[in-house]
Write a protein that binds this ligand. Structure first.
Ligand SMILES: [Zn+2]
Ligand SMILES: [Zn+2]
Length: 330
C-alpha cells in the first residue's frame, strides 16, 4: 500500500509502505476514505512540534471503512468509522478520573507514532468509533477537530443570546463559530485576515466579523481564543464582559495579562486540550448528523492523494480552512 512519509521536516514523499498482514486480536484494519490536514500536521512538517519523531507517516484525522477485524474486535467489516488519534492508557491517575485527554502515557498518531495518511491503517479497536450511515464522510472527517470544540464548550455556558467572541478563523475557530451559532448565541468572529472574515460573514449568516483593532472592549459573555498567538491571548481579557468567561484552545506560547483586571471583573479563565474519547466524539456525531448544523465554510478544498504536495502547500499557506485528502483513488 502507498502512503505519505515524512523523512524529516520539510521532506515529504509518497512511497510504498509495509502492509500489516496479521491483525492482533483487538485490532481492526481501516481503508481510508478522507484524511484532514490539521494545524499540528503543519507543525510536524515544519519541525516545530517538539515531541514529533521522524521519520514518520504523518496525519491523524480520518474517516474510513473497516476491511478486516481481529478475533476479538467488536466491529464488522464494512462499518464506516473514525478514530481518536490520541491514545490513552486507561490506567494512570488522569485516565482513572475521567481525563483521558491528559493521560500521562498519551501518544499522538502522526506526531510521535505512525500516523494515518496511507491507504490503510491498523489500530486497536478501543480507539475506533463507528458512525451512522446517514452521516456523510465529508462531514464525519471533521469529527476529530470538532471534538476539540465540543470539549471546550463544556467548560463554558453558551446558550441563546449569549454574546460570544471567537478569535481566529482557522478550522477550530470556524467550528467554534458554527457551534456557538447553532446554540443560538450572538457571535462575533475576529481575525487579522480580511479574506477569512469575508468568508465567515458570507457563509455564517448573522455572525458579525471584526478585525482585532475594531473589537469593542468589555463586550462579550464568552471569549474563545482559537488563534494561538500572543496578541489574541492578551486581547481576550480586554474584550470579556465583567463576569465573563474565556476559554483558550490555541497554544499561544506566552502572554501577559492584567491580573487586577481579571480579579476586579471576576473573569473566569479556562484551558481546554483535545477531548475525551468516545464521549466528545459521540456528541460531535449528534451535531454533525443534523443537516442544519452549518459547516459549509470549514472545508476549503479536497485533493487526491497523488496531489499531496498541493494539499500540503495550501495547508502551509495558512490562507485556507480545512484541506482534505481523498484516499479512495490511491
Ligand atoms: Zn487535528
Ligand atoms: Zn492514562
Amino acid at each position: 500500500m502507498i502512503g505519505l512519509y515524512l523523512k524529516k521536516p520539510g521532506e515529504l514523499e509518497l512511497r510504498e509502505l509495509p502492509t500489516v498482514t496479521s491483525l492482533r486480536d483487538h485490532e481492526v484494519k481501516i481503508k481510508l476514505i478522507y484524511g484532514g490536514i490539521c494545524g499540528s500536521d503543519v507543525g510536524v512538517y515544519k519541525g516545530k512540534l517538539g515531541h514529533a519523531k521522524y521519520p514518520l507517516v504523518p496525519g491523524h484525522e480520518l474517516v474510513g471503512e473497516i476491511i478486516e477485524v481481529g478475533g476479538n474486535a467488536p466491529f464488522n467489516v464494512g462499518t464506516r468509522v473514525v478514530v481518536t488519534p490520541n491514545t490513552f492508557c486507561g490506567e494512570c491517575e488522569n485516565c482513572l478520573t475521567g481525563r483521558r485527554n491528559i493521560c500521562k502515557n498519551k501518544e499522538s498518531l502522526g506526531v510521535n507514532i505512525t500516523g494515518v495518511f496511507s491507504e490503510e491503517i491498523t489500530i486497536s479497536s478501543k480507539f475506533v468509533l463507528p458512525i451512522p450511515e446517514e452521516l456523510p464522510s465529508e462531514r464525519a472527517v471533521l469529527i476529530e477537530p470538532f471534538a476539540v470544540i465540543v470539549h471546550a464548550f463544556q467548560k463554558i455556558n453558551v446558550s441563546k443570546d449569549t454574546s460570544v467572541a471567537v478569535i481566529g478563523c482557522g478550522t477550530e475557530g470556524m467550528l467554534s463559530i458554527a457551534l456557538a451559532q447553532y446554540l443560538g448565541a450572538q457571535v462575533t468572529a475576529i481575525d487579522i485576515n480580511e479574506k477569512k472574515l469575508e468568508k465567515v460573514g458570507k457563509e455564517f449568516v448573522g455572525v458579525k466579523t471584526a478585525l482585532p483593532e475594531d473589537v469593542p472592549e468589555a463586550a462579550f459573555n464568552i471569549v474563545i481564543e482559537a488563534a494561538g498567538v500572543r496578541s489574541s491571548a492578551e486581547q481576550t481579557i480586554k474584550i470579556a464582559k465583567p463576569g465573563g468567561s474565556i476559554v483558550y484552545i490555541g497554544l499561544a506560547p506566552e502572554a501577559t495579562f492584567s491580573v487586577m483586571q481579571i480579579v476586579r471583573n471576576e473573569i473566569t479563565l479556562k484551558g481546554s486540550i483535545i477531548y475525551n474519547f468516545p464521549d466528545d466524539f459521540e456528541k460531535c456525531v449528534e451535531y454533525l448528523s443534523d443537516e442544519a448544523f452549518n459547516i459549509k465554510p470549514v472545508v476549503s478544498n479536497v485533493f487526491a492523494l497523488q496531489d499531496y504536495e498541493k494539499a500540503y502547500s495550501d495547508a502551509l499557506s495558512g490562507q485556507y480552512g480545512k484541506i482534505l485528502i481523498d484516499f479512495r483513488e490511491a
